[in-house]
Design a protein around this ligand. Sequence first.
Ligand code: BEZ
Ligand code: FE2
Length: 407
Amino acid sequence: MKIISPDYILTPDTLLKSHAIAFDKTIQKIASLDTLKKEFPQAKIIKLQKNSLLMPGLINAHVHIEFSANKNQLSYGDFLTWLYSVIEGREELLSECNLTCMSNAIDAMLVNGITTFGAISSHGMDLKACENAKQNVIFFNELIGSQASMADALFSDFLSRLDASKAIRRKGFYPAVAIHSPYSVHPILIQKALQIVKNEKLKLTAHFMESEAERNWLDSSSGDFKDFFSTFLKQDKSISDAKEFLGYFNGYETLLTHAVKTNDEELDQIARQKHTIIHCPISNRLLGNPALNIKRLNEKNIRWIVATDGLSSNYKLDLFEEMKISLFMHSDAPLLQFAQELIKGVTIHAAEALGLNTGEIKEGKNADMLVLDLDAEPNKELTIHLILHRYNISKVFINGKLEKGNE
Ligand code: BEZ
Ligand code: FE2
């Protein structure tokens, strides 16, 4: 047992003062330091500097580790231009990112306070790096392929990657499933994969309504995707529409990434089915896609969380940076309230969406915790300043183990 006694604790619902935490792998008790010392006399006490703040570890539910080699190879500003550059640069980018490159990206997330991440794995090349990661990992094996003729081969490749991830047995590692998107996965494949998700109770995610091009292609087989599909896939019609695609996910609480071009009918269905939307503001901006209409999600009571996406559409894997960009992007949102929602979107709401016992400083939760060195006593506007100042993160605990900093 260890006892940590920070000056302040952000739970994140409330700010506690003069409380300490007794923890092993989980948070055992929150009380005054004196009470905890009496109850756990053997516990090691971790001393902290003035104005220390303890908060839950951050959760990045959507990142593509395999594409971590990208610096300036991919073209930004327009979704289809980016996608063409991915297809052209894919082999080189993947081969440039060896185990060290992927582990560096994962370690950078740890330094940035990310204690849990959802890896969207296209090829399974990131399995070893994710197995070795200090963080909790939801390993989303991605299924892709719109051509019926390729379905069997693609599904057996997907199954073998899923099996490989199921063979990893370590605490905090969860094999899971990603359906790439409505335009890129054949309905037969989707239904086969969802059967496995249901039988094995796996976590599930998909990209959804990321671009104007996707909207037009799914609605009327027109727009920027027309040339793309006829050139690369010899298709002149979309394989399904958005309504049909969303329908497959009824009964599965799914994390839908981007959703910046969803219409009202789709949002109503997302609300009814209790899906979560993953907001990746930097990726949306860089790929020429619109900003997520968060006001509309709040009106419809749809849970939304914040993630970085991969280095294929970002310049760092840092949720503090991501929240800051979102704060400025949504310039008509009430500042303090929105900052609080953003902090919840990388902690408690992300944990709820992923069904994980973390994201909150509360007795019984996993001890995934950060210590930040504030530069002054916090006030009512703490969440704004957390997002603005990117305070030093001096300690990171994951399942109670110190993974960054000194005890
Ligand atoms: C496909 O494999 O069918 C596909 C991949 C990327 C975009 C669209 C389709
Ligand atoms: Fe993505």
